[in-house]
Design a protein around this ligand. Structure first.
Ligand code: PGA
Length: 254
């Protein structure tokens, strides 16, 4: 299938330059599987991107946590896709639920951002996921399908997209989705891609799981057939992130 395992570290709004340097030196010293087994991308806050990019080992890559929806200009406080490209930042996280919920980013706005970022040459970790209320009312698949559709409506080059399924109720709560719960949604998302985009895109697009992934639960999740990696928040700031990267070995032996 050729879906290289993908582990993203979302550092969110955390860190001082000293703390960031410490995390980078831990990552640089880590023994992890090679790049054909696992792709590792860490996402520091904007202000630390150049520092991390310069100091991080070359087999790990960096992502921004957001970028502006169109060409930069008179948009105070925003960072454009062009600027990220200018600094050779290859990846960007878009549509994270913390931005959808707190900053009111709609499905369409996220779709526009994903398409614009790709048009400028960035690769995108596009996040989808349901709230607890939506899960309890039985609308999980409809919600993630609508979020994915808004992206699919605007995107043609799926080789530049990793989908991160992150149930909102599992993010930062310590309440991880069970392997079966995650696998079910991943399989449905892949089916959705097959029916609405193409069989080839469904087979080749990485669908990664995010929400309270840690060193203890990563292996069992990685063993699920449609889980192609992780987007890790809290644990990506800790040395256990290395154990999460190593969960890629589970796929190799599968
Ligand atoms: P968490 O965050 O691992 O701290 O739950 C995941 C994310 O928001 O990407």
């Amino acid at each position: 299938m050729g879906r290289t395992f993908f582990v993203g570290g979302n550092w969110k709004c955390n860190g001082t330059s000293e703390e960031v340097k410490k995390i980078v030196s831990t990552l640089n010293a880590a023994q992890v599987p090679s790049q054909d087994v696992v792709e590792v991308v860490v996402s520091p806050p904007f202000v630390f991107l150049p520092l991390v990019k310069n100091e991080l080992r070359p087999d790990f890559h960096v992502a921004a946590q957001n970028c502006w929806v169109k060409k930069g200009g008179a948009f105070t406080g925003e960072v454009s896709a062009e600027m990220l490209v200018n600094l050779s930042i290859p990846w960007v996280i878009l549509g994270h639920s913390e931005r959808r919920a707190i900053l009111g980013e709609s499905n369409e706005f996220v779709g526009d951002k994903v398409a614009y970022a790709i048009s400028q040459g960035l690769k995108v970790i596009a996040c989808v996921g349901e709230t607890l209320e939506q899960r309890e009312s039985g609308s999980t698949i409809d919600v993630v399908a609508a979020q994915t559709k808004a992206i699919a409506d605007k995107v043609t080059d799926w080789s530049k997209v990793v989908i991160a399924y992150e149930p909102v109720w599992a993010i930062g709560t310590g309440k991880v989705a069970s392997p079966a719960q995650a696998q079910e949604v991943h399989a449905e998302l892949r089916k959705w891609l097959q029916a609405n985009v193409s069989a080839e895109v469904a087979a080749s697009t990485r669908i990664i799981y995010g929400g309270s992934v840690n060193g203890a639960n990563c292996k069992e999740l990685a063993g699920q057939p449609d889980i192609d990696g992780f987007l890790v928040g809290g644990a990506s700031l800790k040395p256990e992130f290395i154990d999460i990267i190593k969960a890629a070995e589970v796929k190799k032996s599968a």
